[in-house]
Design a protein around this ligand. Structure first.
Ligand code: A3P
Length: 341
């Protein structure tokens, strides 16, 4: 069950003239040349991480981010779901999609039963601006939902100019780091590359060299965006979502302009969505067990997005010194920002 194209995007690739295709290919090629001149570091599996505008990503993803920056036209009703990798993107995509499309989730075949959240909410850099094509996204029904890991400072200008909404999810950096370490090593194992020890991985992460990182700057960029325009940037924390899912799902629904009605609450619609998107339910669905996405960075099995789905699992892996190192970085970077864990 492989997917090269996210589900809502299949209708967004209109036939193009040869000249249009050549032009788009040239756009991608010129950005590829640009990115290949940047400083690079050992990174995730087969792909080195290149440093662009203060953050790090594999070459195809940086190229897509730059294409998105130039060509993605956000609309006021769009919702952009922004996260640093391994902070709960998959979960939030499911919750957001199920909430916005809840009328289709009340029937016996909810889309999330057969589609991965990553197909339902396509990512700008992994699925939208890819394969040398610039899709025409006007055909998507409103509100359009997109995911992204692109840091705030490199978002397409139209995201801010259009006034579209951004939902940002963050997580304790210690759990995020452990989740990333497992994820990267699964990819490295597939590519027959020596696995990272925890020490090696911690060195990279602490120095900010992680996909779409530095982690702390990623959070702070969106946090400052939230402080500037709180009505346009919603901040959610994985740990709080886990502890009080109903409270935060209702906040999310209100924020995206789809509040639950009293009747819906009485009928248990909120609890139904929480159950549908729970780790247990999602990780056991067929598509998330055996499906996979064919991405420019390689094949990624959807099962890789589900490991434990809990809070505080870092304590099983990090020594007290390692934990302290991450806590001290967090404390110094977040000091005075109003953010904490
Ligand atoms: P762990 O590795 O700590 O278990 P992302 O989606 O950003 O890649 O994040 C992946 C992390 O979110 C993994 O964390 C994964 O298990 C967790 N996760 C995935 N689906 C989830 C869900 N429905 N509820 C809670 N956590 C979930």
């Amino acid at each position: 069950m492989a997917h090269s194209q996210s589900y809502p995007l299949s209708k967004c690739l209109p036939s193009q003239t040869k000249e249009e295709m050549e032009n788009q290919k040239r756009t991608y090629q010129s950005f590829r040349r640009l990115v290949s001149t940047l400083l690079s570091f050992d990174g995730v599996a087969n792909h080195p991480l290149y440093c662009y505008n203060g953050w790090y990503a594999a070459l195809p993803l940086l190229v897509s981010a730059i294409v998105a920056r130039e060509h993605f036209k956000a609309q006021p009703a769009d919702v952009l779901l922004a996260t640093c990798p391994k902070t709960g993107t998959t979960w939030l995509k499911a919750l957001l999609f199920a909430t916005v499309n809840r009328s289709s989730h009340t029937n016996s075949h909810p889309p999330l039963a057969t589609l991965s959240p990553h197909q339902c909410v396509p990512s700008l850099e992994f699925s939208v601006c890819v394969n040398d094509r610039i899709p025409d996204l006007d055909a998507l029904s409103s509100p359009r939902l997109f995911g992204t890991h692109i840091p705030f400072q490199s978002l397409p200008a139209s995201v801010i100019d259009s006034g579209c909404r951004i939902v940002y999810l963050y997580r304790d950096p210690k759990d995020c780091f452990i989740s990333l370490w497992h994820f990267v090593n699964k990819l490295r194992a597939k590519d027959n590359i020596e696995l990272w020890t925890l020490d090696e991985a911690l060195e990279h992460f602490s120095n900010g060299i992680s996909p779409f990182g530095p982690y702390w700057e990623h959070v702070l960029g969106y946090w400052n965006g939230h402080l500037e325009r709180p009505q346009k940037v919603l901040f959610l924390k994985y740990e709080e979502l886990m502890q009080h899912p109903k409270v935060h799902l209702k906040r999310l629904a209100e924020f995206v302009g789809s509040p639950f009605t009293e009747d819906e609450e009485k009928e248990g619609v909120v609890e139904g969505i929480i159950r549908l998107c729970s780790f247990e339910n999602m990780s056991n669905s067929e598509v998330n067990k055996i499906g996979r996405a064919e991405l420019e960075v390689g094949t990624v099995e959807y099962s890789l997005f589900f490991r434990r789905g809990d809070v505080g699992g870092w304590a099983n892996h990090l020594t007290p010194e390692m934990a302290r190192r991450l806590e001290e970085i967090t404390e110094s970077k977040f000091r005075g920002s109003g953010l904490s864990f």
